[in-house]
Design a protein around this ligand. Structure first.
Ligand code: NAG
Ligand code: NAG
Ligand code: NAG
Length: 519
């Protein structure tokens, strides 16, 4: 550790152990928090502040058409920022530059940390000295981002002290979202490093010629996207949950023998994620054109399970959900089961709360959708926003961490209907069709991650019974890969007998994601 830091920490600890300071420090405690390691800064903040103080504060939006924004930071007064569009990049969209002038700092140790965000990217910078700083966006991700910035600008947040350590450790996460070869390589490298994935190249052809006659109702489709926004999102989800697939869908046969696909999280023309049941050909066509470069495997049900399958009940349930929105509400809660054990570092409840509050500012409608309602459900309240929720949590003497870990209940009905993520939708169909037999009632499907689903011992276990067109002659896989350059891996596939109340209290921590039996 460098000497100045050590001195700072020592002074800080002395000042903390003497609540009534007999000597006056040349700076305020909060000033130095950003330069301290997170393990020290968070407890300090937690001792001093209330949960609400940990929220990033919204400074304003900066856009090329709106002149400049003026505000006071925690350290620097009289800050001013403006933005200009720039031209000339390979994508033809141009980029932008933010010019930010900081005024005089009130002490020499002080530092302001800012986050700059659009729904397509998030970046940050911190300032120690008073002068003009620039922040360049080389190129907009896609035309929609350029359009967004023209209309809404870039949102700027002043972060609470102490966030720096967290943000710095997220550095290797950002390139994941880039829709380029470089972005894809970032995803592969991340999954190799953090989860031990291998990504071996398969022999050609990378696309199977599927005979729908060999596919049956209930066969599970495991999808792994590795590029662009969805690729980056899935990579993080995989890392957090330990699943080697990031999306799922299910095959459905109708009485005439036509093949369909049921999917929660299908993007409609309006760009909304909804639940659909669509013809196989249409689904497959979209998968082949998908620029997130999906790798897809078909996991056929075991013949004994298929013999129990009630197709009428499966279709009834699927059609009753068709057109409803994707389950944002319970998406994040399925992996936050036990306090402390479910956030891979550097994610922690503070970061979760910061992201929630920034999101709430940029996409208020989505935010209400994504978590406010779910948090209200957990408190038994209605219509509180994030600040209200934090207030209420504090009044009841529980921590935000504890609030997050209250399990989801399959029976909760949200304002836009019952909430079902991609995998919960499929497991509900399985429940209806009789896959879980007499324990169906004691299975809360919203507690399942994608990994929990493919671990279930309900799939074909005899390789010779897989359809001939599977795996292009690659005999290594116990399931049937139908698309993708890289051989898919699903560790512990088809190994876990279903049992009552399964997965309600399972920790999931990288890199091994060890799972206690019967959690
Ligand atoms: C520009 O400023 C006006 C008035 O302050 C505000 O209503 C509008 O939202 C701003 N637009 C952008 C793109 O920031
Ligand atoms: C299959 O499900 C339907 C609809 O829920 C039900 O009416 C029927 O009795 C079930 N069939 C069997 C064999 O259980
Ligand atoms: C696998 O399936 C084949 C063809 O149905 C059958 O001959 C063989 O006995 C099965 N193997 C096992 C281990 O069940």
């Amino acid at each position: 550790m460098q000497l100045p830091k050590l001195i700072t920490i020592t002074i800080l600890l002395i000042s903390l152990s003497n609540p009534i300071n007999s000597f006056k420090l040349p700076f305020q405690v909060n000033d130095v928090l950003p330069v301290l390691p997170r393990q020290i800064s968070w407890p300090v903040i937690n001792t001093f502040g209330r949960a609400v103080d940990l929220l990033p504060s919204f400074v304003g939006t900066i856009s090329p058409t709106n002149g400049s924004v003026v505000w006071n930071g925690a350290c620097f007064g009289g800050n001013e920022a403006r933005m200009e569009f720039t031209e000339g990049d390979d994508r033809g969209l141009g980029g932008g530059v933010i010019y930010l002038k900081t005024g005089e700092a009130h002490s020499w140790t002080c530092m302001d940390l800012y986050v700059f965000a659009t729904p397509y990217r998030i970046t940050w910078d911190y300032y120690f000295t008073a002068r003009e700083h620039t922040l360049a966006f080389e190129s907009w991700e896609e035309p929609a981002e350029l359009e967004y910035v023209k209309q809404h600008g870039v949102s700027v947040f002043l972060m609470p002290s102490g966030m720096l350590g967290t943000l710095l450790s997220l550095v290797d996460v950002l390139p994941l979202f880039s829709n380029t070869k470089y972005g894809q390589n970032a995803n592969l490298a991340f999954l190799k490093d953090h989860m031990g994935a291998t990504f071996e190249t398969r022999s050609q052809p990378w696309t199977a010629t599927i005979d729908p006659n060999d596919v049956h109702s209930g066969d599970f489709l495991a999808v792994s996207k590795i590029r662009g926004r969805w690729g980056g999102f899935e990579t993080l989800e995989k890392w957090v949950t330990g699943a080697f697939a990031g999306h799922t869908a299910v095959c459905m046969k109708d009485d005439q023998g036509n093949l369909w696909v049921g999917e929660s999280g299908h993007e409609n023309e309006k760009g909304e994620e909804i639940i659909v049941v669509i013809p196989w050909d249409e689904w497959w066509e979209l998968a082949l054109r998908d620029d997130s470069n999906p790798q897809i495997a078909l996991l056929p049900l075991h013949p004994e399970i298929r013999a129990k399958w009630n197709n009428t009940a499966a279709w009834e349930y699927a059609l009753s959900m068709s057109g409803k929105p994707y389950g944002y509400h319970n998406m994040i809660f399925s992996w936050i089961d036990t306090i402390g054990e479910n956030y891979p570092p550097p994610i922690d409840a503070h970061l979760v709360i910061s992201v929630m509050s920034m999101w709430a500012r940029m996409q208020p409608a989505y935010a209400a959708n994504m978590w406010n309602e779910a948090l209200n459900m957990r408190l038994g309240t209605e219509g509180l926003d994030l600040y209200g929720i934090l207030d209420e949590t504090e009044k009841r003497g529980i921590s935000f961490d504890e609030l997050l870990t209250i399990p989801e209940n399959d029976d909760w009905v949200y304002s836009d209907g019952k909430s079902t993520t991609c995998v919960a939708f499929i497991l509900q169909i399985y429940k209806a069709a009789g896959v879980f037999g007499h324990i169906a009632d004691s299975i809360q499907v919203t507690e399942f991650t994608i990994r929990d689903a493919y671990m279930l011992k309900i799939f074909e276990n005899n390789q010779t019974r897989l359809p001939k067109w599977c795996n292009n002659g690659d005999a290594k896989l116990p399931f049937c890969q139908i698309l993708g350059k890289y051989r898919m891996e699903l560790p512990q596939y088809n190994t876990l007998e279903p049992y009552s109340n399964m997965n309600e209290y399972c920790p999931s921590l990288p890199p091994t994601y060890e799972r206690p039996t019967h959690c």
